[in-house]
Design a protein around this ligand. Structure first.
Ligand SMILES: [Zn+2]
Length: 379
């Protein structure tokens, strides 16, 4: 990777031809590619590829990275690398009245973080905070777009949902006029789904189901390489499916729905004197019978719900995120056995459980801004 001074400021992602963008994306996803591979993947002539790479080099987006031995031909190949530090993308995640922000490079690496607390319910304040964070970040980085994400599409009790719903097209247009870069507003589970799916497009991942465990349980669905949003932007409300006969009752009046056994709110409710989910997991590990029973029930419920989704959609992969890793640590077999019991006669499905911390939501929001800039047909 070439080292150079970082360009700073606020600058839109350049308008480039879709084929040129596709060539850049291939290099980005693969962490570098030989010229011949790019031409092969996109069906380009040598002349066309030369013109495209020249444009990308002139835009500061590609650099030649020396020669690499390729096992297929035995000859050294001329490598091209994406300049992943050329632009940054800012994501804000809203939870209640708190905002966590992350700035990512083109490869999704977090390079800057910030946080703020909102004083009012006004969407103007939220958009102003986004502008202020953009101003701060652009002193050191070149920022191409901003996204605000939160519980937009869920039927939640989170006070952030009213705030983020109030940010309308008018706010976005004003922001773009003032700052010259786009502002997107989207649901946080959609952002997380985009974040997980985008780099996998290179490997031909057509479908995926993402399950995010938290105070609510969010579902992100990718079919035929597109994020499924539904006719009314409300697809993926699967958190109240029945999973346990005679289970506890949820606030909507269901007995034994997924929310009632697996949401962090419900798990806390079932172990009332524990401070955090991590503490409940630690107690279960130390032999506390109640904590263990509650988490086993959560793991099994999650497996049952996942099994129904696999029956319905037959995805390439399941991604378990949010607090899934806390609920399932040491209980992955309980999850898998409930999944197998529900899944009707198919082959075993791949399950991914990435590490997750509080910055991940903001990182996903930033990745959504990146995805929308670099993808001709985002979703
Ligand atoms: Zn319910």
């Amino acid at each position: 990777m070439a080292t150079h001074l970082l360009p700073t400021g606020i600058q839109r992602w350049p308008e480039i031809h879709p084929t040129t963008q596709a060539a850049f994306n291939q290099v980005l996803w693969h962490g570098g590619l030989p010229r011949t591979e790019i031409a092969r993947k996109l069906g380009l002539s040598r002349t066309r590829l030369t013109a495209i790479t020249r444009d990308l080099e002139a835009a500061g987006l590609l650099v030649e990275g020396g020669r690499e031995q390729r096992s297929t031909t035995g000859r050294p190949a001329e490598m091209l690398h994406a300049v992943t530090t050329a632009y940054q993308f800012l994501g804000l995640h809203l939870h209640g009245s708190s905002v966590i922000a992350a700035l990512v490079d083109l490869d999704g690496r977090v390079v800057w973080e910030d946080r703020a607390t909102l004083d009012t319910e006004s969407p103007d304040e939220l958009v102003d905070v986004a502008g202020e964070m953009l101003r701060k970040a652009s002193a050191t980085f070149r920022v191409a777009a901003v996204a605000i994400c939160g519980p937009l599409a869920r039927v939640g009790l989170d006070t952030a949902s009213a705030r983020i719903r109030a940010v309308d097209r008018g706010h976005q247009d004003r922001f773009e006029r003032e700052w010259s870069v786009p502002l997107w507003v989207d649901d946080d589970v959609i952002a997380l789904t985009a974040f997980e799916q985008w780099p996998q497009l290179a490997d031909g991942q057509d479908s995926m189901v993402l399950i995010s465990v938290g105070e609510e349980i969010g579902f992100g669905i990718v079919t035929d390489r597109r994020i499924m949003r539904g006719a009314r932007n409300a697809a993926g409300r699967f958190d109240h499916i029945p999973v346990l006969a005679d289970g506890p009752r949820c606030p909507l009046g269901h007995d034994g729905c997924l929310w009632s056994v697996c949401s962090t709110t419900a798990v806390h409710g079932a172990v009332p004197d524990a401070g955090s989910l991590t503490e409940i997991a630690a107690r279960a590990e130390a032999g506390d019978e109640l904590a263990a029973v509650v988490l086993e029930r959560a793991a099994a419920g999650l497996g049952t719900a996942a099994g129904h989704l696999v029956n319905l959609l037959d995805p390439d992969k399941l991604v378990l995120t949010g607090e899934s890793h806390t609920v399932l640590r040491g209980r992955i077999e309980t999850f898998r056995s409930a999944l197998r019991a529900t899944h009707l006669g198919g082959l075993e499905v791949e399950v991914d459980m990435p590490e997750f911390d509080f910055v991940e939501w903001a990182r996903a929001a930033a990745a959504l801004a990146l995805y929308r800039c670099l993808s001709a047909d985002p979703f």
